[in-house]
Design a protein around this ligand. Structure first.
Ligand SMILES: [Zn+2]
Length: 409
């Protein structure tokens, strides 16, 4: 595992006793004991619950009771443990002793919460879009893989894996660099969930909705770009789960269409300076934004090449006669330049966002989903789950219970 992630020559040392553990900067114990004299973090899980206690909290034991196995609770505990160990290594060991429920999103003192309902004995069936296959979606897929879920997904992401993704992506290994991110999700979830990888721009994927692909009841977002998140919201799926992470904060929003709960249009403002998708691609390819928006299934012409100027003309000349959408997909998958606006989050934050998103997806499949506006801050170790409403003037109120498949565009 160390080689797959960190490269050749890296290895994991196996030790035999707590005595040897004293030589390390941080210790994670999956169990119940807390050694207060060491830089110690203990985590465990029962059902939907994740528990964590650190040495500075003074707790000398983490409670535990058996409950039906549930990857949401155990993987959330893993994220809490990794987060506490990270802060400990930084010399800021957190004072935490609490448990959280991935079912109710309550946070409480140790031993207070119920483990939540058992998972069904038979598999649940998913049919969804997964939009964006980056860091938070890696956490989502890692969790879903370990839940009793079968079915199918359309996974949409325009990029291929790059070396800087290895840190925040829990699924990524060096061998996958330059593999489309949607393909990585497909390979992970096979064979129980059949994923159609769509290594393409969301707005170009949307054209497929006119040619046989229908809007599913569930859409799961793992996107940074607010304009794209609004565009997904405007399909008005029955349930939209939007997962996000930035710095040390996780956020998950669940919007059931047939409610007045807060939708992404009101929850997220497009930041000043965020480029609209076709404008971004115009800068990267030399094609005009209008041609990208309205002519994506037409061929690149001499006029396109002449308009592009010297910076992009040579590249476009090579693509002459090919479809614009093909050039766009190629540009996205091979893009070398870093996005200067990308504020990378650390893996325990992104993965935690994915775990919460997976729990909400699971609840939707179990028929017990409701609206949610959830945040957790890994520095303050506080989380909150709010029920926020949209105003009657919001677009989402007009489309309550209607979907793109019903003729709304
Ligand atoms: Zn709204």
């Amino acid at each position: 595992m160390a080689t797959a992630i960190h490269g050749a020559g890296r290895w994991i040392q196996i030790i035999g006793s707590d005595h040897e553990a004293a030589a390390f900067d941080a210790i994670i114990n999956v169990g119940t004991a807390v050694a207060n004299e060491l830089p110690w973090v203990t985590v465990n899980s029962s059902g939907w619950l994740a528990r964590v206690a650190t040495a500075p909290s003074g707790a000398n034991e983490l409670p535990w009771f058996p409950a039906s196995a549930n990857a949401c609770g155990s993987l959330a505990a893993a994220c809490l443990g990794a987060g506490a160990a990270f802060l400990t290594i930084l010399g800021r060991p957190p004072n935490i002793s609490h448990e959280i429920s991935l079912f109710s999103h309550q946070e409480a003192d140790l031993g207070m919460l119920h483990a939540g309902p058992a998972l069904p004995s038979g598999p649940l069936e998913i049919d969804a879009f997964l939009v964006g296959c980056g860091a938070v979606t890696n956490g989502w897929a890692y969790t879903i893989k370990r839940l009793p879920i079968v079915g199918r997904l359309q996974a949409i992401d325009r990029q291929a894996l790059r070396i800087e993704n290895l840190g925040p992506y829990v699924l990524a290994t060096r061998a996958q660099i330059r593999t489309p991110k949607a393909q990585i999700i497909a390979e992970l979830l096979a064979p129980t969930i059949v994923v159609t990888p769509r290594p393409e721009e969301w707005e170009l994927f949307k054209i497929r909705l006119n040619y046989g692909i229908t809007v599913p009841a569930l859409i799961v977002n793992g996107l940074d770009h607010v304009g794209t998140r609004h565009s997904v919201q405007r399909l008005w799926p029955e349930t939209l789960v939007d997962m996000a992470a930035g710095a040390l904060t996780t956020q998950v929003i669940v919007k059931p269409a047939a409610t007045d709960a807060l939708c992404l249009l009101r929850a997220l403002d497009i930041p000043p300076g965020e480029l609209e998708w076709a404008e971004r691609l115009a800068l990267e390819t030399g094609l005009s934004p209008e041609r990208i928006r309205n002519g994506s299934v037409t061929e690149i012409t001499k006029a396109d090449i002449d308009t592009a100027g010297t910076a992009h003309g040579t590249q476009l000349e090579k693509s002459r006669g090919k479809l614009i959408c093909g050039r766009v997909t190629e540009q996205n998958l091979t893009m070398e330049a870093d996005n200067p606006d990308c504020a990378s989050a650390v893996p325990f934050v992104t993965a935690f966002s994915g775990v919460v998103g997976a729990a909400e997806s699971l609840k939707r499949l179990m028929g017990i989903s409701s609206s949610l506006h959830y945040q957790r801050h890994f520095q303050s170790n506080r989380s909150r789950a709010l029920r926020m409403l949209c105003d009657p003037e919001c677009e989402c109120q007009k489309y309550q219970g209607k979907h793109a498949g019903d003729g709304v565009d």
